[in-house]
Design a protein around this ligand. Sequence first.
Ligand code: DAK
Length: 265
Amino acid sequence: MGFVDYEVEGAVGLVTINRPKALNALNSAVLDDLKAVIEGVDTKTVRCLIITGAGDKSFVAGADIGEMSTLTKAEGEAFGKKGNDLFLEIESFPIPVIAAVNGFALGGGNELAMSCDFRLASENAVFGQPEAGLGITPGFGGTQRLARLIGPGMAKQIIYTARNIKADEAKRIGLVNEVYPQAELIPAAKKLASIIAGNAPIAVRNCKKAINEGLAKNTTAEAVQVEEKLFGDCFESYGQKEGMANFLRKKDDPKKVKHVAFIDE
Ligand code: DAK
């Protein structure tokens, strides 16, 4: 695919946004290619996805300012919808998606990273929502996802000031889970993705769904109903039967047991 590379290693897919001359900025063509790659992932065999940026300088330096600069109101709205629809698709993608942030994650780049399940970063990563300095609001979900992730007070401070933050601060405020030296970022992301991919596939998918859909409910009572349904849905699956049988075998005779290889379901 033109601006987006995709490779699979075992049960882990690696998506690389590849427009390094523009620090992987998202223009319409990049968004189209990313959508096509995401929709082409075989979620029967791939159990965890990683999204990163090409090169060692940038994850995604934002939406393409050149392309946006001449948009009319109607075109601006359409561009916003294109990004929002895609990022919603990533957020609710059936398998976990990890953002491996290897440099600038500004504006639309931070918004893309936030639509993933969680973020790992390299030490040189820089996060921010510079839109207020460009005369616009964040347009790919930044006002909503940043506030939900790090709390409204901190999100408002970052968005109103348009201030960039470095990886260590991003970790301190909960925007990223871990920070690695640049060369270790992708190996660490792959290792984590392999661990996730080794767990029972229906259970992992249902955990993602339960967290996402539960958080969208207004009350805990409504949210736990979502969990109940997805919990019940795991029963009679190979993963549930074999995962529990494995535990019980282990109790009988710890030496007999080997780790379960969960089949695709
Ligand atoms: N768009 C287009 N090109 C970009 C770009 C971007 N966001 N960021 C970098 N580039 C290009 C530069 O123009 C330059 O291209 P050439 O001049 O070589 O042709 C090349 O990448 C290398 O960049 P620099 O020479 O500037 O590299 P530096 O290391 O000096 O600086 C930088 C790196 C990341 C600090 C700097 O490039 C920078 O500040 N870039 C802009 C970052 C930014 O402001 N990003 C946020 C964009 S706003 C909405 C929908 C979406 C959005 C909003 C609303 N609706 C429709 C409502 C989203 C908005 C955004 O994401």
